[in-house]
Design a protein around this ligand. Structure first.
Ligand code: HEM
Length: 148
């Protein structure tokens, strides 16, 4: 039962994190670039930031919970002798990449956002969104017993 609840919460969090970034990258960002108007991104961020971060935190907690159920005590996880630990390992790398991009954007780019620095924020948004989609692909791969 706990496993089923974790999968449902994990899937729900994925809709928010990945869906939110797809909306940002595919609808808000092109408009902001077209009008060279960083405020459009600020406006989206002001609504999405806390909700999105809560969703990411939920992903990490439920993801680690699911991992713990598959690999109790993580004893056999580090052997990386199954597709499951490889896929989860890739998800952890995606998480590191996401955190690096998000921290860089939040503390170094967004505070000084102007129409000139908009392009570097655009690269970050496209990067985080790509990683978010890869999270879903790897997650679905786990459910499908591998993607190949
Ligand atoms: C934003 C981050 C993440 C997203 C968008 C995401 C997305 C997904 C999706 C869509 C699934 C398929 C659910 C299903 O149909 O069963 C999944 C499964 C899974 N994810 Fe994630 N995930 C994220 C982060 C993580 C993290 C950080 C971990 C663990 C370290 C993790 C571990 C797992 C595991 C173990 C499954 C398999 C559950 C099952 O048996 O179906 N995920 N993920």
């Amino acid at each position: 039962m706990l496993f089923k609840i974790l999968v449902i919460l994990h899937t729900l969090g994925a809709t928010v994190w990945t869906g939110g970034h797809l909306v940002l990258a595919a609808t808000v960002l092109p408009q902001a670039l077209k009008h060279r108007d960083p405020d459009r991104i600020h406006q989206f961020e002001s609504h999405f930031e806390n909700f999105g971060l809560a969703a990411l935190l939920l992903q990490v907690i439920t993801g680690l919970g699911l991992t713990w159920i598959y690999f109790p005590g993580l004893e056999t996880f580090w052997a990386f002798d199954s597709f499951l630990s490889t896929y989860i390992g890739i998800k952890l790398l995606l998480l590191l990449g996401t955190l690096a991009l998000a921290i860089h954007a939040r503390f170094f780019i967004i505070p000084n956002l102007t129409s000139e620095t908009l392009n570097s924020l655009a690269f970050h948004i496209v990067g985080v969104t790509t990683l978010a989609v890869l999270f879903v692909i790897m997650g679905a791969g786990i459910r499908l017993g591998g993607l190949t």
